[in-house]
Design a protein around this ligand. Structure first.
Ligand code: TZP
Ligand code: MG
Length: 263
């Protein structure tokens, strides 16, 4: 987790209307340290859990607590329908929880709430604002992640300065419901093979979409040592055990690509 003082400082800077990129040089010493710390936590992260209230079987904060206890490294708050006010209240709660228990906290879609809540970063989709725009609002210290659905989008995300990507959906997922017209491209499963082609990708990539304990080996065997899950954790009766099992099945320490098998 980032030092509480750094979360607090970001909120204060934001209250004064100072983007986190700081002064004319863009990076003050402490902000550089914050970024280095955030990136090292991101590098070490293996299990990324996405929280959406209506998919949780228990209250979302309890689900979040159990997920962290079970070994989740990153929590993302993803609420498509919620008002900004309710989202902010929840984000502040999750910020406090992740800071206390250890874990990065990422806000889906709403950069202003990422700033306001002192989150560690924001996660954007292909249809959201650009990485450059988000960076301008949030500054260098914030982690910016992007959802990608192809190798081309992945390379582009890296070029544009994303800190990590989510790549998927790898498997069919009920969490992103396909539209009646057969689903948007971003909702069609793309299969695990793409992960093999990402094995030397320069920034962390999280395999996402329909991943659970049963099919986890299909992604780890092609080098994806980082996964993002929603229903496999938050919709389970026993969130703690579900998280523990996933977390313990992912390689910890060293290079997550160490398990790669040739296709
Ligand atoms: N982006 C691609 S698939 C997906 C998102 C947000 C949903 C992941 O949910 P689940 O339940 O792990 O399939
Ligand atoms: Mg989005």
């Amino acid at each position: 987790m980032l030092a509480k003082s750094s979360h607090k400082k970001r909120r204060e800077d934001s209250d004064r209307g100072i983007a986190a990129s700081g002064g004319p040089s863009g990076l003050s010493t402490s902000e550089s340290e914050d970024r280095a710390l955030a990136l090292s936590l991101l590098e070490g992260a293996r299990l990324y859990v996405i929280l959406t209230s209506h998919l949780c079987k228990s209250p979302i904060s309890e689900t979040a607590r159990l997920a962290l206890q079970g070994g989740a490294d990153i929590l993302q708050l993803r609420e498509k329908e919620m008002s900004d006010g309710d989202f902010l209240r929840l984000a502040l709660e999750l910020r406090e929880l992740t800071a206390r228990m250890g874990g990065l906290f990422i806000v889906n879609d709403r950069p202003h709430i990422a700033l306001e809540s002192g989150a560690d970063g924001v996660h954007l989709g292909q249809e959201d604002m650009s990485i450059g725009e988000a960076r301008g609002l949030l500054g260098r210290d914030f982690i910016i992640g992007l959802s990608c659905h192809s190798l081309e989008q992945a390379r582009q995300a890296h070029q544009e300065g994303a800190d990590y990507i989510g790549i998927g959906p790898i498997f069919p997922t009920q969490t992103k419901v396909a539209s009646a017209s057969g689903g948007l491209p971003s909702e069609q499963p793309i299969g695990a093979e793409i992960l093999y082609h990402l094995r030397n990708f320069p920034i962390p990539y999280f395999a996402i979409g329909g991943i659970n304990l049963t099919n986890l080996a299909e992604v780890t065997r092609v080098g994806a040592g980082r996964v993002a899950v929603c229903s496999a954790v938050i919709s389970q009766d026993d969130v703690l055990n579900a998280t523990l099992q996933l977390s313990q099945s992912l390689p910890r320490g060293g290079d997550p690509k160490c398990q790669i098998k040739e296709l």
